[in-house]
Design a protein. Sequence first.
Length: 340
Amino acid sequence: MVKARKIVLVRHFKGEPRPEDFRIEEEDLPPLKDGQILTEAVYFSVDPFQRILGSGEKYGQKVGDTMIGAQVARIVESRAAGFPVGRHVVAYWGWRDRTVADVGPEVPPPDVMSPPMLVPDLGDLPLSLSLGVLGMPGISAYFPLLEVCQPKAGEVVVVSGAAGAVGSIVGQIALIKGCTVIGFAGSESKVKWLKDDLGFHHVFNYKTTDVSTALKQAAPDGVDVYFDNVAGDMSTKVMSHMRYRGRITVIGGISQYNEIESQKLVTLPFTFLANQLRIEGCSYSRWHDRWDEGISPLTQWVREGKLKYRETVTDGFVNTPKAFIGMLRGENFGKAVVKL
Ligand SMILES: NC(=O)c1ccc[n+]([C@@H]2O[C@H](COP(=O)([O-])OP(=O)(O)OC[C@H]3O[C@@H](n4cnc5c(N)ncnc54)[C@H](OP(=O)(O)O)[C@@H]3O)[C@@H](O)[C@H]2O)c1
């Protein structure tokens, strides 16, 4: 009998998640049936959306459920055509080290998540990138920036959460497209990384700098594109600096995730009317069917050295909650993952 370890939710998060909100359990896995694979997780992803889903049943997770999340896993046994032993899959099986699952085109995808996907041959690139720049965060940056915001060379692009998995990719794609890039991040070391290593034109620590003052200095003629990862007061301030016909995509709102129940609708700044701005919320799942169309240029840019990636890797299954809490506190540069 094969055993699996899993991290389950002991209680819904109240405010910041705590280590006591999780517990490790074991379960026996059933023998494989036709159409199924047995996998061993290699990396877990820790992502901001897990903070929302763990907040209450209406957001997706019940007490006692395995904590939801993506992983990249090696196939160790297979009775499914097209999923051979030795290949890797990315799947939303949650924080569990071994999994028996149905795979293949006839398996319906979980609600808003991607169905299990085979990882293409990454050559000498790390497997963990399939959870980062060459995975969901990469898609979340690529399509909403290029298709929804349509930045043009010479335009000013602002990105919040700029040193994170999505934000660091957004800024670099905007640089590739010839834009002036302004980032906001939460520490001096992140500011330094974005400026010195990634080449952002202006970067500010939003914890110590007034956003309006920063934008008056860095974008005196206004902002054309705002890629919003964080929401809250900071985003309201950025929005009041938008230029005529500016475009905003709301991809995340991490500053609000600890108070999701008490979030209020605020009035949009008058500049929305005066400058005829456009704002659009985006989920990466909109581009499921065009995954390769996004991953292919991202892979090429990574190989050419035009798109740099950074990962914050935590070692060990048992440290997954710690990695998750640390990511929410801003301890990560680039993508936060756990190596099993
Ligand atoms: N819509 C979609 O399909 C989709 C897909 C992926 C991600 N997202 C969203 O995109 C955003 C970024 O996700 P990610 O995976 O790239 O995470 P990430 O940026 O790698 O990690 C989260 C970061 O959020 C920042 N943060 C935490 N509390 C904050 C606050 N109160 N105000 C401002 N920043 C805060 C921290 O950086 P600092 O040190 O800079 O504070 C932290 O490192 C999240 O809101 C996420 O939910 C949406």
